[in-house]
Design a protein around this ligand. Sequence first.
Ligand SMILES: NC(=O)c1ccc[n+]([C@@H]2O[C@H](COP(=O)([O-])OP(=O)(O)OC[C@H]3O[C@@H](n4cnc5c(N)ncnc54)[C@H](OP(=O)(O)O)[C@@H]3O)[C@@H](O)[C@H]2O)c1
Length: 306
Amino acid sequence: MSRILLTGKNGQVGFELQRRLARRGQVIAPGRDELDLADPDSIRRTVRKSAPDLIVNAAAYTAVDQAESEPELALAINGVAPGILAEEAKRAGAALIHYSTDYVFDGAKAAPYTEEDEPRPISAYGRSKLAGERAIQVVDVPHLILRTSWVYGARGKNFLLTILRLAKERDALTIVDDQIGAPTWSRALAVATGGILEHLGYGKAAFRDACAANRGIYNLTAAGQTSWHGFAAAILVNAANAQPGKSAFALARAPTLKAITTEQYPLPAQRPRNSVLAQAKVQSAFGLAMPDWKSSLADCMSSGTR
Ligand SMILES: NC(=O)c1ccc[n+]([C@@H]2O[C@H](COP(=O)([O-])OP(=O)(O)OC[C@H]3O[C@@H](n4cnc5c(N)ncnc54)[C@H](OP(=O)(O)O)[C@@H]3O)[C@@H](O)[C@H]2O)c1
C-alpha cells in the first residue's frame, strides 16, 4: 500500500484530501505540532520518520492580508518549506504534489492565465507562494504544482461561510464586482487530485515516474468565472432554496446585494483583478474536466452539512 504524507489535514483542502487519499493509500497526516512548516528541522524529522512514497502539501500560510504585516513568516511557510519538502521527497525517492494560487499573477491580463504566463505577484502572500513554486522547481524531484483559486467549502475560513454569516447579521451587503475568478469547492479539488493520482497509478515508482513525466505547473480550478458579487448572489440564491431545518446553509431571509469597486473596499493586500486560470493543460494531461463553479456551489450547499 502506498504511503502518502499529507500536510494541512485541518485546512479546507487538506480535510477533504485526507478522506479522498485514504482510498488510495495509507495517509500519514501529522498536525502542525508534529510537522511545523516554519521549522525546517521538524519538516525533515517528520518526513524521514514517515518514509513516504508521495508527499501532498496542502498546508500553507493563507491569511492574505495578515501576510502584509508578517511577510517573513509567510515566506518561511509558503516559500521556504516547499523547497525542504521537495528535498526530502527527493531523498526518500518520493514525488511531491503541492498547491499554489492565482495570486502569483497581477491580474492585469485580459484573458485567462495559462501556465506559461509570467507570474507577477502584487501581495506578500502571492510573492511567498511564488517563492514556494520556485523552491520546488530548483530541486530535481518529480512534482506537480496545482494552482487553484477562490477556495471555499463547508468548513474553515472562506467567502461562502462569511457571506452566510453576514447575511444573518445585516440587511444589505456590499460586494466587490470588479475582480473575477473561479470559486473552487475544496471537495472538488480533492476529488480532482484523486483523479490525477488515479491517472498516475499507484506505488512509489508509479508516483515518481508519472510525476517526473508530467512534472510542472497545472491550473486546477472550477470551470467558468464570476465576480465576488456574482459568487455572493449565487450563494444567496442557493441559501434561499435550501430547506430550513434540513440544510445548515438555509437562510430565513436574504439581504440585498450592492456591487462596489475594489477601491471602495480597501484591504491591506492587493488582489488580482483577473484571477481566471485556463484549464486546458490539466484537461489534456490528465483527462480532467472540473465542474462549473455554479454547479459545484449548488452541490456543496445542497450537501446540507457543514
Ligand atoms: N483558500 C483559498 O482561497 C486558496 C486559493 C488559492 C490557493 N490556495 C492554496 O490551496 C492550499 C490549501 O489552502 P486552504 O484554503 O485549504 O488553506 P487553509 O484552510 O487556510 O488551511 C491551511 C492549513 O495549513 C496549516 N498550516 C498553516 N501553517 C502551518 C505551519 N506552520 N505548519 C504546518 N501546517 C500549517 C493549517 O494548520 P492549522 O489547522 O494548525 O492552522 C491548516 O491546516 C494552500 O496551498 C493555499 O495557498 C488557497
